[in-house]
Design a protein around this ligand. Structure first.
Ligand SMILES: NC(=O)c1ccc[n+]([C@@H]2O[C@H](COP(=O)([O-])OP(=O)(O)OC[C@H]3O[C@@H](n4cnc5c(N)ncnc54)[C@H](O)[C@@H]3O)[C@@H](O)[C@H]2O)c1
Length: 276
């Protein structure tokens, strides 16, 4: 067998939450292009219909379904439907997530970082805290549980959680619930990796730095924002969903057979500190 064969995902059944946009869509394209059978789950009905159609027209084997990671019984049913359609579930990306809104600093653009009253802890609403935890942490739990229900009996699988550089370092411009949810998701991922290791199920996480996606209303599409962030990133550029392709393929494939419980940062060196 050639080493390149280790990266083959042809015929693997893959489920991706938050798969209709941004990083999830990037994972879908990378896997589908390599012959995987992909199910996109997303809350955004219009986008999931459009992306499923687009990817199918490219000749990929992709199906899409509306599913909210906060509705755990519906999520379980969507996983059952994916397994029924593709015969099994080999790989799951627990990726759906939201931006929790403004932090106590507001400064994506320019160097001046100003404190903003609505981001201060005294004004941080229960609704905002709970919504972020519900999607970014509880949703990961429910997705991984649904995945394990399908994978453990077959004694094989790959679960990949999208965490964030913000779960490792602090970023004041992102609301504090996001930090807690992402750090919690990473620690949960490690515990799950421990539990499922004996069943040949690898559980790992991808921790992105700054990627241009539609998160938070699409603020990352602003060229000024990209310029400001790129100046701070040691590689002097922001990330794009296509930058995820290699890592997504690696973590989904037999190439990562003996790797579990790891969080891989993909950030152009941003988390290392100031380079120049
Ligand atoms: N973009 C970045 O710079 C960045 C950095 C670090 C981590 N992340 C994480 O990457 C993941 C993907 O985000 P993205 O940047 O691609 O954003 P995005 O908004 O482009 O995509 C996220 C998708 O998740 C879906 N979604 C939101 N709530 C959902 C729910 N309750 N149930 C099902 N689907 C839901 C959205 O409809 C959207 O299609 C998130 O977990 C996010 O926290 C992103």
């Amino acid at each position: 067998m050639k080493i390149a064969d280790l990266f083959k995902v042809e015929g693997h059944s893959v489920v991706i939450t938050g798969g209709a946009s941004g990083l999830g869509l990037g994972f879908a394209e990378a896997l589908a292009e390599n012959g995987a059978l992909v199910t996109l789950l997303d809350i955004d009905e219009a986008r999931i219909a459009a992306e499923t159609r687009r990817l199918t027209e490219l000749g990929y084997d992709v199906r899409g379904e509306v599913a909210d990671v906060r509705d755990h019984p519906a999520l379980d049913r969507a996983f059952d439907a994916a397994a029924a359609a593709h015969g099994k579930i080999d790989v799951v990306f627990a990726n759906a997530g939201i931006d929790s809104g403004i932090g106590y600093l507001n400064a994506w653009v320019g160097d001046k970082r100003e404190r903003v009253p609505e981001g201060a802890i005294e004004h941080y609403t229960d609704e905002r805290w709970e919504r972020t935890i519900d999607i970014n942490l509880n949703g990961v739990f429910a997705t991984c549980r649904a995945a394990a229900r399908h994978m453990r009996p077959r004694r094989q699988g790959r679960i990949i959680v999208t965490t964030s550089l913000a779960g490792l370092t602090q970023e004041a411009v992102i609301g504090s619930a996001y930090m807690a949810a992402k750090a919690g998701a990473a620690h949960f991922m490690r515990n799950l990796a421990l539990e499922l290791a004996a069943y040949n199920i690898c559980v790992n996480a991808i921790a992105p730095g700054f990627f241009v996606t539609n998160i938070g209303g699409g603020h990352a599409h602003n060229p000024k924002t990209q310029e400001t962030v790129a100046a701070r990133v040691p590689m002097h550029r922001v990330g794009w969903p296509k930058d995820m392709a290699g890592l997504a393929l690696f973590l989904a494939s037999p190439a990562c057979d003996y790797i579990t419980g790891q969080q891989i940062v993909i950030d152009g060196g941003w988390g290392l500190g100031v380079a120049d």
